[in-house]
Design a binder for this molecule. Structure first.
Ligand SMILES: [Zn+2]
Ligand SMILES: [Zn+2]
Length: 123
């Protein structure tokens, strides 16, 4: 099958970007069913906002960068923040947990992310 460069619209910034023939082949080889939704810049940005962390079992976990609703510092959570719920960093989560335990209401998510992720090595 022949691949041709196609123009797609970035869902993030609305700009058109090229989904190159090479990329299409790569996507096909990787078994990706969805076309890329973001342009290269937004994708790079999005990538930076994520953390892939290996747990003790060797499983990789994906963390999303967001901002703590309590202290405003960067927080990493194991789910994609939707904005409908406040997200706390590790420190504030502990404080919130204590508060909620006293109040009786339990949080339904338990972010377990590194509080200070190391910077990505250049590659
Ligand atoms: Zn974009
Ligand atoms: Zn916090």
């Amino acid at each position: 099958m022949d691949f041709r460069d196609r123009m797609l619209t970035c869902v993030n910034c609305g700009k058109e970007f090229v989904f190159s023939a090479r990329d299409q082949r790569y996507y096909k080889e990787m078994g990706f069913e969805n076309e890329p939704k973001r342009c290269r810049e937004c994708r790079a940005l999005f990538k930076r906002e994520r953390q892939i962390v290996k747990d003790c079992n060797g499983n990789t976990k994906e963390f999303f960068k967001t901002v703590c609703a309590a202290c405003g510092r960067p927080a990493y959570v194991s789910f994609k923040p939707t904005g409908s719920k406040p997200v706390y960093c590790r420190d504030c989560l502990v404080a919130e947990k204590i508060k909620q335990e006293q109040g009786g209401e339990m949080p339904d998510v338990t972010p377990d992310a590194p509080s200070a992720p190391s910077t990505e090595a250049a590659g």
